[in-house]
Structures are given as structure tokens and as C-alpha cells.
Ligand binder design. Structure first.
Ligand SMILES: Cc1cc2nc3c(=O)[nH]c(=O)nc-3n(C[C@H](O)[C@H](O)[C@H](O)COP(=O)(O)O)c2cc1C
Length: 300
């Protein structure tokens, strides 16, 4: 989506810069104590509008926005206890946000272990429970992990820069490098220069810890099992007052570069399906983010 779909009310904006911190697409910057749109794209994640303390930002969705008026419960506190619990559950789910700004405060090992236990409450195909959990429990270890992910993407970008290599692979039926070049090259180039030159962490956003969820061989639905456990952990973290963010870039690097797995002592046969960055959030969201309205298909 175009960043031009974002409106900033200059009369309300106080230039606090929270939009700059929460935006994953780097659409905003601050000039003359006002937020302005300096990037060209937006994920339409609505984080800027949800986080802005002055309610100065509106994201125009290309599609209609889901109104969240529920058919089976009011969404308000009701006499019926079940309804109250459901309301609380849905409110908690809607309040979870991908966190991209963390405090410099470590997360206790006990809390990280509890999160793994919360992950274990998820269903798994044929109840195989073949999932694996690898915990990274400190900022220096996160940085070391980040270094290896950055090295992987540095190599990818160097390959993608070669027009003849992209063409050769495309002609031999492997268009992946061409697609990578088109979709990711530029933003990864910016992210890498921020990582190496400015020491800014656009990968883990300054998270203090991470849980990597994988699977041993032999499960019937390893990816689904891992991702269901991941969602439980995201929600558990939310209730514990932690911020979390799935980091797909780290999953991709782990998948493609076996040396990264080796450096984390993850057996070669194990596949990693989710990397959850964790830490105490530096920014809170006073409002939930919007969701696009989806058509529901009813079977006759
Ligand atoms: C599979 C997956 C991979 C993701 N990878 C990243 C990532 O590498 N970096 C990041 O900042 N956010 C990542 N996200 C977070 C999404 O951008 C985020 O979920 C989306 O914008 C919606 O915002 P919300 O999580 O606050 O509802 C990922 C999310 C998913 C589901």
C-alpha cells in the first residue's frame, strides 16, 4: 500500500515520534516537530494510528475495515460470566501488537520457560508434539544471532545485485533471486546499512530475548504445530506485559544457512518455523489496530 494512504492531522501531531518507532515500513520521519511521510510504502498495519497518543493519524484502508461488532456477544461487559470472559479474551487478542520498540530490560529465564509451557498448550497434528523450543535469553546473544542473519542477507544482496546471475537462475527455472531482488533487495540494503553503520537493530527491534520454535522430524504437521504454539506464546506474552514480534527474516536465514543453526546448537534435522522476539515494550498502544474486512464464504 502507498504511504500516501496515511493522513496526519498537523493540528493534533506533537512530533513525539512514536509513529517513527512503531512503523515497520519506515514511512515516517520528524521535521520541524511534526510527523511527516518520508517513506513511499506502508504495510497498512495501522500501528501508527493505534499508537499515536494524540490520535493524529488515520490510515485509509484500500478495502473496508472490519467493524468488530460481534453477532454472538456484545463486546461489552454483560451479566453472563461466559460472555465477560469471551469479551476479555477477544479484547486481549485485539490488543496484541507486534512490538518494534523495547526497553533495555532483560526477561527472566523463568518467564521465558513459562512461555514455552504456554506454547505447549497448543494442539498438534496426531498429537505428535514434535515441536522444539530454543531460548535466547540476553541482548548480547540476540546481537550475535542478528550478526549471522545480517551476514546471510548481506550475501543474498550481493548475489541479487548481479543482473546476469538473476537472469541465469530465472532462465533455469529458478526465479527466486529475481523475486528477492524485486521485493526485498532495497529495504534489506537499508536495513543492513542501519545494522552495520548506525548499529540500529531493524531486525529484532532491540528485543532482549527470543524463542525459536521448530520441529523434530516425524511430526505429521510440523509447521502448523509450531505456528499454533507460536500464537499461544504471543498471547501469553501479551498477558504477561511483554512485547513480542514474529521475525520472518530470521526464520528465512535459519532455513537457508545451516551455519546459523549450528551456531545456536540446533540439530541439522530440526526445522525452525518461528522466531519470536521478546522484551518489555517501550511503547504501548492505546487503541487496537484496524483489520481489513474479509468476505466470509458460506457453503450452501
Ligand atoms: C509469519 C510472520 C512473519 C513476520 N515477520 C516479521 C519480521 O521479520 N519483522 C517484523 O518487524 N515483523 C514481522 N511480522 C509482523 C507483521 O508485520 C505483523 O504481524 C503485521 O503487520 C500485523 O501487525 P500486528 O502483529 O501488530 O497485528 C511477521 C508476522 C508474521 C505472521
Amino acid at each position: 500500500m502507498q504511504a500516501s494512504n496515511i493522513d496526519i492531522d498537523k493540528n493534533r501531531c506533537n512530533g513525539c515520534g512514536i509513529c517513527v518507532k512503531v512503523c515497520p515500513a519506515q514511512a515516517f520521519s520528524i521535521a520541524a516537530e511534526q510527523a511527516e511521510l518520508s517513506g513511499s510504502c506502508s504495510f497498512a498495519c495501522d500501528h501508527c494510528a493505534a499508537a499515536c497518543p494524540k490520535e493524529a493519524i488515520t490510515v485509509q484502508f484500500n478495502e473496508a475495515k472490519e467493524p468488530f461488532d460481534f453477532a454472538s456477544f456484545t463486546g461489552k461487559v454483560a451479566e453472563n460470566q461466559t460472555e465477560v470472559k469471551l469479551t476479555a479474551l477477544v479484547a486481549m487478542m485485539r490488543a496484541r501488537r507486534s512490538c518494534r520498540a523495547y526497553q533495555k530490560r532483560s526477561v527472566d529465564c523463568g518467564i521465558l520457560e513459562d512461555l514455552v509451557k504456554i506454547g505447549l498448550t497448543a494442539p498438534s497434528g496426531t498429537n505428535s508434539q514434535k515441536w522444539t523450543f530454543t531460548i535466547i535469553d540476553s541482548r548480547p546473544k540476540m546481537l550475535a544471532f542478528g550478526e549471522s542473519v545480517a551476514a546471510y542477507f548481506g550475501k543474498m544482496n550481493r548475489w541479487a545485485e548481479s543482473a546476469w546471475l538473476r537472469k541465469l537462475l530465472k532462465l533455469s527455472g529458478r526465479p527466486e533471486l529475481e523475486i528477492y531482488y524485486r521485493e526485498y533487495y532495497e529495504s534489506i540494503k537499508v536495513g543492513l546499512s542501519q545494522w552495520y553503520e548506525k548499529k540500529e537493530d531493524r531486525l529484532f527491534h532491540g528485543a532482549q530475548a527470543a524463542i525459536l520454535i521448530g520441529a523434530q522430524p516425524g511430526g505429521s504437521c510440523p509447521q502448523e504445530d509450531a505456528l499454533l504454539a507460536a500464537q499461544n506464546i504471543l498471547l501469553g506474552a501479551q498477558v504477561m506485559g511483554l512485547g513480542s514480534c514474529l521475525i520472518g527474516f530470521a526464520v528465512e536465514a535459519l532455513r537457508r544457512d545451516r551455519k546459523i543453526k549450528e551456531s545456536l546448537k540446533i540439530p541439522a534435522a530440526e526445522k525452525i518455523y518461528a522466531v519470536i522476539a521478546l522484551g518489555y515494550p517501550a511503547i504501548t498502544f492505546p487503541r487496537p489496530a484496524g483489520r481489513r474486512k474479509v468476505p466470509i464464504r458460506w457453503v450452501d
